[in-house]
Design a binder for this molecule. Structure first.
Ligand code: IPM
Ligand code: MG
Length: 358
């Protein structure tokens, strides 16, 4: 029986995760995957209950599961805690690191019914289908950080950006593998005109590319990539980039799909993979049944695909989402005139119905 660790976390996390579990359950039964679910504490919820945002029991639970479904962590209540207790810095990032999840896969797919929900023009975003592969356990996020006092008494803060050849090699190799099953184009995003780490990134990427002559490789500076993403998103197939650039570019790319509430993610590379929506805990709408559960539901689809190799089940979920949207149902983040406004739970109901339940 495949075991799933469920970490709802904070804010809207506790509202969206149950909707994804309902969907997983229906599809799992159809495909003879009798999932068992065990809930664990993470983030502010864990701080409140145990004093620490990433309790040892949660790490153990994750390590002993076949896949992890996470909601979101953080919120104003915990923003002023010391760094060692902050949900983002002391829970999410160490969890990714401990589990060896060096690759974060974020697909930005425009579901056609949402073509007018984006702030961008329909003719620009039509046909958007990008997979961004973000390096997740290196770079500025994990390099040494410190504060120092200069002789003048002024304070300086230092963040360190480090990448090794092996870190670059494994992530770019994954990008070429993914591109091989798609439109066979990789755009490697860096800032090689300024950063030494980017120059190494570019060198290693070129070397790895020699093993993938059937895939086209282009290099693009991150500033240009930010511009090209909104100028002509259909030029991209697979984007591979370092941690911080990937964080920024994937939020931007989410608007190509109408809302960040549509953007799922899979973090892979270790024994157990982690699936979470790309958005945060949205404290401003938490507890109001307003959050869009589709990014989490689509993350569950990615779980079926990557952890359980159940591609048909994954496609079924994506199709169900598309149908619900085509019928005009919208959570507030993707609402347009003339559409039917629904809450978090009802959106979950609708996807379940489409999947033949209820
Ligand atoms: C993301 C988030 C996280 C990140 C935060 C919450 C630390 O923005 O998953 O994109 O920067 O990785
Ligand atoms: Mg982010």
């Amino acid at each position: 029986m495949p075991r799933i660790a469920v970490l709802p976390g904070d804010g809207i996390g506790v509202e969206i995760v149950p909707q994804a579990i309902r969907v997983l359950d229906i599809v799992g039964r159809k495909y003879n995957l009798d999932f068992s679910y065990t809930e664990g504490l993470i983030g502010g919820a864990a701080v409140d209950a145990t004093g620490t945002p990433l309790p040892d029991e949660t790490i153990e639970l994750c390590e002993n599961s076949d896949a992890i479904l996470l909601g979101a962590v953080g919120g104003p209540k915990w923003d002023n805690l010391p760094v060692a207790q902050r949900p983002e810095a002391a829970a999410l990032l160490p969890l990714r690191k401990k589990l060896g999840l060096y690759a974060n896969i974020r697909p930005s797919i425009l579901y056609e019914p949402l073509v007018d929900a984006s702030t961008l023009k329909r003719e620009v975003i039509l046909g958007t289908d990008i997979v961004t592969i973000r390096e997740l356990t290196g770079g500025l996020y994990f390099g040494e950080k410190k504060r120092e006092k200069k002789e003048t008494g002024e304070e300086v803060a230092i963040d360190t950006l480090i990448y090794s050849t092996s870190e670059i090699e494994r992530i770019t190799r994954l990008a070429f593998e993914v591109a091989r099953n798609r439109r066979k184009k990789v755009t490697s995003v860096d800032k090689a005109n300024v950063l030494e780490s980017s120059r190494l990134w570019r060198e290693v990427t070129k070397q790895v590319h020699q093993d993938y002559p059937d895939v086209e490789l282009e290099h693009m500076y991150v500033d240009n990539a930010a511009m090209q993403l909104v100028r002509r998103p259909t030029q991209f197939d697979v984007i591979v980039t370092e941690n911080m650039f990937g964080d920024i570019l994937t939020d931007q790319a989410s608007m190509l799909t109408g809302s960040i509430g549509m953007l799922p993610s899979a973090s892979i590379g270790g024994k157990v993979a982690l699936y979470e929506p790309s958005h945060g805990s949205a404290p401003d709408i938490a507890g109001q049944d307003k959050a869009n559960p589709l990014a989490t539901i689509l993350s569950a689809a990615m779980m079926l695909e990557y952890s359980f190799k159940e591609l048909d089940g994954a496609r079924e979920i994506q199709e169900a989402v598309n149908k619900v949207l085509a019928k005009g149902y919208r959570t507030p983040d993707i609402m347009e005139e003339g559409k039917i406004l629904v809450g978090t739970r009802e959106m979950g109901d609708l996807v379940c119905q489409e999947l033949g339940d209820g």
